[in-house]
Design a protein around this ligand. Sequence first.
Ligand code: F6P
Length: 556
Amino acid sequence: RAQVRSRKKMTKLVSKTRAWKKVAAHYKHFKDVEMRDLFDDDKKRAEKFTINLDNLILDYSKNRISERTMKHLFRLAHDCHVEEMIQAMFRGDKINTTEKRAVLHVALRNRANTPIYVDGKDVMPQINEVLAKMRKFSEAVRLGQFKGQTGKKLTNIVNIGIGGSDLGPVMACEALRKYWAKDMSCFFISNIDGTACAEVLNKIDPETTLFIVSSKTFTTIETMTNARTCRKWLIDALGEHAVAKHFVAVSTNAGEVKKFGINPENMFEFWDFVGGRYSMWSAIGLSIALMAGMDNFERMLEGAFAMDRHFAETDLEHNIPVILALLGIWYNNFFGLKRYAVVPYDQYLRYLPAYLQQLDMESNGKFIDKDGEVVNYSTGPVLFGGAGTDVQHSFFQLIHQGTDIVPVDFIIPAISHNEIGDHHEILVANVLAQGEALMRGKTVKEAARELTKAGKSKQEVKELKLFKSFSGNRPSNTLVLKKADPYTLGMLVAMYEHKVFVQGVIWNINSYDQMGVELGKQMALNILPELQGNASGIRHDSSTANLISTIKRLRK
Ligand code: F6P
């Protein structure tokens, strides 16, 4: 605790510390080292830089690192008190400093059920109570015991939420599609664009639909507007009484839920110590439990718990989230690589990059550190991605031959949920080839040799060889999962959560607020009355003022 406190008082930017400077000095003489040579020089490189936990294996050998690099980076993590901060989070300390809140998504999956205290109160009983309520409700819906207004089984689940109240459920529901109840479907409405609502409502039948209004605050304009539209649609079809049978809420705000007209009995609670983008483990995951079953939801919690134990109990040198975080810092802050891609080679995991975008960029896209100082180093990278092999045919040209290097995380399950013909072997061959190609590249000489072998003339070889060459030395991690089952999904997501945490600790930023999303929201509220014909009295810049009048004119 004393060390955590001393970290809080530390006003020195991390970039001014001895450990940071040592990494910087090491970078200077290591930056041009070729991974090809590192592999040639050390036959045990892959073994040295591979680590596994249960059925999740991380091979980080295709990174521009040596054992010395890692040593410097571990020192940096140690000097930034990563170990103490991990304990502080698990203990329930208020590490969300600006909002003065504990950060306890780990409590949601604390399968050991050991007490965790917030303000002197053990939070586990309330967490267990909500989990039990989720089980009872999801089983009743799945078995057709909790029926709609007209006595029909509720087979269409519609989650209305946005950001953390949408991306986790969307990603996990899709990831676990193979586990869905056969007679059920699920839909997600997040965007305020009326099209999002209209397209879902066109597909479903009010008599068999259950709406879950998911919102931590229950005040988010998109969610509340969409919820009101869906409520009206339901009432128009089935009458006011139907709301109690067709609407449930997941929120921390019981007052607003009641005001909306949802029976408090149909409300699933969660708490301020769970951040929106860390909430899929709470009742925000109700759609996951409804679609894949509560047993599978709990398997997901167990997987996350296994990663939590690993994270909290393993030394830095063998700690998967810590290693991933340090590699990210190595590239971002020392190589100056400000982009980063996540590419799951699994169709069911295709929404993982979108989920990680919020997790990473909303957590660590910040320029003020915890001591209120403007940082002089870069923090969260731009994260993007998509499913392989699709993205090989979109942005991979840039990943291989672009002027900027983009470190990649490849994710591949060894066993597919759909073993059809040789699809999966082709998929695996592709992901492994991408990592190898990025690492090895192709020299101009190699390209020339290949062209000659293919029968090209001397002139053609001369003209083409540079275009056909690849600089290589481009880093990637490969994460192999035995199978993308609920347990492994839990591990994977928790691994990324903790990676983001470690980076936040090293950058000394608060990863748990999101004040950067507020200004735009505030200004939209000023523009709205103007679009609706009422003067707001706000003076805009000429561009915004012109755009407002142009759109008004076009809408007439
Ligand atoms: O985008 C800002 C944000 O506050 C996210 O952090 C959050 O996940 C999302 O909006 C939705 O908030 P709520 O769950 O309160 O509706």
